[in-house]
Design a protein around this ligand. Structure first.
Ligand code: GDP
Length: 421
């Protein structure tokens, strides 16, 4: 669509601190709400005798649609600044943010942390910052929001700033890189225009800060990794696995391998948006057909890669995990379900190798007896069924996972090394 560089942006923060409102504001200020929608709001507003402030109607409408359950999902909304084309990736509280963030379905480059000036650091502020740090979010812009509620008080702003800064230090976020901005998502202060209400502030406003984000790293030269979402049988073509290319490229004629199913063949056709294409790249959702592969040979959770550099299958792997919420304690032998890319496999935490001090990143305790909510640890994991997974240091897209149990995400982690099958 646009030629400007792309960024995936996460909007994180505690519930009710103003994430959706901020997204609405950004869409509105950058002219990304479709004209006909604005027009419709304008008409409705005038009918109700409240003409003039379309933003309120954008937001009202978001709220109303949310109540009706037909959310204009704020995730996957796009807006352009002068410098970047941004896609908002899943926002916390919307669907399964934590899981999506971890499993790479919504890998964000950078994030805006929304903290309400009247509430400060709250439980989910901590959780999301913790996750952002674990999952390698690059830079954080901290919007100290709802400044209108605290009368644009510089003292309040500085108080929240200090609190957040302490949190960033605790989890070892490079806090020098963080940008703090006093904003009101609702009133529009310091979003697209410098506000007269905060004359004590002379730093960047939000759109400037977004433009100042570093360009995301170009796609790696990692080999093809395409986690399989589904496998279809289509008459006239045959077996068609579908999925999203995470890294590398797929060309017609390539020899590929599916792991852990351990079958392979030559790519006959690649289809994208119902059209045949000769080649597909990272981010492309494709269906393809491989000579000699039947529907029962492969399954969801397999990863497709080059035959001469096939996806890694783990006998065991070492990982660093962060426990987010667990009602009791985790000990060696615990076997929850690991969600990595499209795979879901029960895995046993075979040993707790070290507890990490989140403040310093140093080992706090070797071979702890247990770990609990809030702890970070190095562990050894044994999948109970074959699982294809990669060290995050080599292919980050295939190197993180969520740990789920009892219907909740209880931990998140990244693969440090893989002991291959
Ligand atoms: P989310 O849960 O983080 O997405 O929060 P919402 O965007 O839904 O906002 C929660 C509530 O705070 C809503 O009633 C918003 O209207 C209100 N709100 C959000 N931003 C501001 C702001 O800058 N100023 C004021 N006064 N209210 C705000």
């Amino acid at each position: 669509m646009s030629d400007i560089p792309h960024q995936n942006l996460a909007i994180i923060g505690h519930v009710d601190h103003g994430k959706s409102t901020l997204v609405g504001r950004l869409l509105f200020e950058t002219g990304s709400v479709p004209e006909h929608v604005i027009e419709q709001y304008r008409e409705e507003a005038e009918e109700k005798g409240k003409g003039g402030f379309e933003f309120a109607y954008v937001m009202d409408n978001l709220a109303e649609e949310r109540e009706r359950g037909v959310t204009i999902d704020i995730a996957h909304q796009e807006f352009d600044t002068d410098k970047y084309n941004f896609t908002i990736v899943d926002c916390p509280g919307h669907r399964d943010f934590v899981k999506n963030m971890i499993t790479g379905a919504s890998q964000a480059d950078n994030a805006v942390l929304v903290v309400a000036a009247d509430d400060g650091v709250a439980p989910q502020t901590r959780e999301h910052v913790f996750l952002a740090r674990t999952l390698g979010i690059g830079e954080l812009i901290i919007g100290v929001n709802k400044m209108d509620i605290v009368d644009y008080s510089e003292d309040k702003y500085n108080g929240v700033k200090e609190e957040v800064n302490k949190l960033l230090k605790q989890v070892q976020f490079r806090s020098d890189d963080a940008t703090y901005i006093p904003i009101s998502a609702f009133e529009g202060d310091n979003i697209a225009e410098r506000s007269d209400n905060t004359d004590w502030y002379d730093g960047e406003i939000l759109l400037e800060a977004l433009n100042s984000l570093p360009e995301p790293e170009p796609p790696t030269d990692a080999p093809l990794r395409l986690p399989i979402q589904d496998v279809y049988t289509i008459s006239g073509i045959g077996t068609v696995p579908v999925g999203r290319i995470e890294t590398g490229t797929m060309n017609m004629g390539d020899m590929v391998s599916f792991q852990p199913s351990d079958v392979g063949g030559e790519v006959k056709t690649i289809e994208m948006h119902h059209e045949e294409v000769p080649k597909a790249e990272p981010g492309d959702n494709v269906g393809f057909n491989v000579r000699g592969i039947g529907k029962d040979d492969i399954r969801r959770g397999d990863v497709c890669g080059p035959a001469d550099d096939p996806p890694t299958v783990a006998e065991t792997f070492k990982a660093q995990i962060v426990v987010m919420q667990h009602p009791s304690v985790i000990t060696a032998g615990y076997t929850p379900v690991f969600h990595a890319h499209t795979a879901q496999v029960a895995c046993t935490i075979e040993s707790l190798d070290a507890k990490i001090d989140p403040a310093s990143g140093e080992i706090a305790e070797e071979n702890p007896d247990f770990i609990q909510s809030g702890d970070a640890a190095k562990v050894t994991v044994r999948p109970q069924k074959p699982l294809s997974i990669e060290p995050a240091g080599e292919i980050s897209e295939l190197g993180s996972f969520a740990v789920r149990d009892m219907g909740q995400t209880i931990a998140a982690g990244q693969v440090l090394s893989v002991n291959e099958k």
